[in-house]
Design a binder for this molecule. Structure first.
Ligand code: ADP
Length: 392
């Protein structure tokens, strides 16, 4: 077997997630996380052979993070030589109008990502830092950028345009781009192969419900549900009204809607649905409200996409909540099952958590419902392999 390896990287402003695969067959070798970059008490984690090691040490920048990863890989004998890593795929959240598929991470791609910073000030600089750190450490590896927005670029104008003055949409590229595209792409490919007899052209709604959430109507993806700390869709006058009432700047209102809303804001307890679910069963009124609000909004999107697709063959639940919470799946499905004629196998729903893939609809249900664990890293690694083989 060849020793060639491929790395999937997700670089944030203070973190670096990584997963290493064998090039052949994309078998996972190891993975981990560098967290609290920029701090004296940075965290370095590595999971290999089912065992996780954790170190706390100063990690002042992304270069140090990459050095830690590569040193650990070689010193533990996981990798003979860092240059065995022949391809590195980098997750990039925003590809704007430029990228409808993954791209070689060359000077042109780098410039475009930098130019897109105003559309994604949170992630773009971090992605570039991650890219540079790896480029310096493993210069020979083929680098590829895998965009969350790329998969959504097939949206039609009527789906991506906001009803604002048209010139502004054009001038500032202010439009809907979609989220978690790499996950939706993975789920759709997997779902088509596993549950729809390989038929393309079927109608699928994928629900990526994690700390960030999005739904996609394949082939017509959109976004905007309530999330862990984010409000999701709102009447735009809410921003204006709150800023007037509270004397906040637009940046402060934006922060409030991003970091203090969603499950956290409504429940007043936590952004983690495990806590909110517990609160629900203890009868906490705000946890009940937060859960119902979330389920209502996901259900409304499913309804909207059902109409947009002219029906649906399969609904997929995925990510932290979608994969692990029979309770939230039921709360959502109870709100759509009558209209869509869905019949759920409650026992199967109860048993589907912890990384299990499961068809949770009953055999006679006209719409199938599946739980599919997502794997964005594998998609990123697979695109890195394609780039290495010149087949991107
Ligand atoms: P990210 O978007 O950061 O990748 P995940 O997809 O891992 O997030 O989702 C994390 C969230 O999923 C947690 O914040 C929590 O709300 C939810 N979650 C995880 N496990 C469970 C569970 N067993 N039951 C209910 N919710 C869960």
């Amino acid at each position: 077997m060849s020793d060639k390896l491929v790395m999937a990287v997700n670089a944030g402003s203070s973190s670096l997630k990584y997963k290493l695969y064998r090039l052949e067959g994309l078998e996972v070798v190891c993975g981990g996380l560098v967290d609290r970059i920029g701090h004296e008490d940075g965290i370095f984690k590595l999971t290999y052979n089912g065992e996780t090691t954790k170190e706390v040490l100063p990690i002042m920048d992304h270069h140090k993070g990459v050095e830690l990863i590569l040193n650990a890989l070689t010193s533990k004998g996981i990798v003979k030589d860092k240059n065995d890593i022949v391809a590195i795929g980098h997750r990039v959240v925003q590809g704007g109008k430029y990228f409808s598929k993954s791209a070689l991470f060359d000077a042109d791609t780098e410039k475009k990502i930098a130019d897109l910073t105003p559309l994604d000030p949170l992630h773009a600089p971090a992605h570039l830092m991650g890219f540079h750190a790896f480029k310096e450490a493993v210069p020979e590896a083929v680098a590829v950028a895998v965009f969350d927005t790329a998969y959504h670029q097939t949206m039609e104008e009527e789906d991506y345009l906001f009803p604002i003055p048209y010139e502004l949409s054009e001038k500032y590229d202010c439009r809907r781009y979609g989220a978690h595209g790499t996950s939706h792409r993975y789920l759709a490919e997997k779902a088509i192969a596993a549950y729809l007899g390989g038929h393309k052209g079927t109608r699928i709604i994928t629900c990526h419900l994690g700390s960030g959430s999005s739904l996609a109507a394949i082939r017509t993806p959109l976004g905007g549900v309530m999330m862990g700390t984010r409000s999701g869709d709102l009447d735009p006058s809410v921003s204006y009204y709150l800023s007037e009432q509270m004397g906040l700047s637009s940046a402060e209102v934006y922060d409030l809607l991003n970091k203090k809303s969603g499950f956290l804001g409504v429940s007043g307890l936590s952004n983690d649905t495990r806590d909110v679910e517990e609160g629900y069963f203890k009868g906490d009124r705000r946890c009940i409200t937060a859960s119902n609000l979330f389920a209502r909004r996901v259900a409304d999107y499913i309804g909207q996409y059902f109409v947009r697709l002219g029906g649906v063959d399969l609904i997929v639940f995925s990510a932290g909540i979608g994969e692990n919470s029979p309770f939230y799946r039921k709360l959502v499905l109870d709100r759509v099952k009558e209209a869509l004629g869905i019949v759920i196998d409650e026992k199967k729903n109860e048993k589907a958590f912890g990384g299990k893939e499961e068809l949770i609809s009953a055999p006679d249900s006209p719409v199938k419902v599946a739980v599919i664990p997502t794997d964005e890293e594998k998609m990123i690694a697979s695109d890195a392999v394609k780039a290495y083989e010149g087949k991107l």
